[in-house]
Design a protein around this ligand. Structure first.
Ligand code: CA
Length: 209
């Protein structure tokens, strides 16, 4: 059974091959673009379920690509980048990316990210049965609408930040381990994901505080 279509925007042939082969083995359809312009074109014409985007492309900065795609689509975008600086990651998430992987990454990490993004996409199109509202101080989560408000102003969260916030809200007053959070949010317990988690917590905190 085909699990969905992934658009891979990456100019490095070796990484294109690695990602393409991995996706094929695990029954995903995939399309490859070697530059930003072709990537944006394929994002509009093929309506992929997930985009894997390299930040270092020959013709345009990856951040600009995220902004362009976000102007017409909410498709989950997973960044792959050799940039290890947390500030770069936060900038990418702020620009509208959903998740990121730092090169070099292993295929297990990649597949975990793709699975989570596909799941988010399906969840966001499902109708929630109840009109549940969570409030704590000036924070309000409307589960039915998938919206978050601080002091009645809506806050835009990426799907992962939203999932993290819901998890924290469900466990108010409890101390959650990194492993527990990783498992609930990404379905993984890889120790290498802990730095990612810290970045997501930092961007989430910045948005809701
Ligand atoms: Ca590159």
């Amino acid at each position: 059974m085909n699990k969905g279509t992934v658009l891979v925007v990456e100019d490095d042939k070796a990484i294109q091959n690695l990602i393409g082969t991995t996706l094929e083995i695990f029954d995903y359809n995939y399309l490859i673009s070697s530059n930003a312009k072709d990537g944006i074109l394929k994002a509009t014409s093929h309506n992929p379920d997930v985009i894997i985007l390299d930040l270092g492309l020959p013709d345009m900065d990856g951040l600009e690509v995220i902004r362009k795609i976000r102007s017409f689509s909410l498709v989950p975008i997973i960044i792959v980048s050799a940039r290890t600086d947390n500030a770069d990651k936060i900038t990418a998430l702020d620009a509208g990316a959903d998740d990121y992987l730092t090169k070099p990454f292993n295929t297990e990490e990649l597949l975990a990210r793709v699975r989570v993004s596909m799941r988010h996409k399906m969840q966001s199109t499902q109708v929630q049965p109840q009109n549940n509202i969570f409030t704590n101080g000036n924070l309000k989560i409307d589960y039915a609408a998938g919206c978050v408000y601080v002091d009645s102003a809506e806050v835009h969260l990426t799907p992962i930040e939203y999932k993290l916030l819901c998890l924290l809200a469900q466990n108010t007053g409890k101390v959650l381990t990194h492993n527990y959070i990783l498992k609930e949010v990404w379905g993984s317990t890889l120790a290498s994901d802990i730095p990612s988690l810290r970045v997501f917590m930092a961007t989430l905190r910045k948005k809701i505080e």
